[in-house]
Design a protein around this ligand. Sequence first.
Ligand SMILES: [Zn+2]
Length: 89
Amino acid sequence: MKAIRCPQCALWTDGDKECCAYCRYDLHQTEQQAAKIEAGRQFRSFPVPEIHPDDPYWRRGAIHVLRFFQLIFTAFISLIGAIASSTVH
Ligand SMILES: [Zn+2]
């Protein structure tokens, strides 16, 4: 038996089985999903700081605040670009 942690319910379960013994989550589907998520990250052109669920609350909160200001900054730059392109003919 190879014990692995279920990504859904975070309990240790038998990794040789098809799905989690506690929540019936498909364990072998997760590798494909993780590959898809990783591929999606590579296509995402705008760098956004990652929020890891295992981080302490203050770090997650700080990253949320950082993302908020990043969004405001991006929106402001886009607005400047829109105004500049609409006034120059
Ligand atoms: Zn589970």
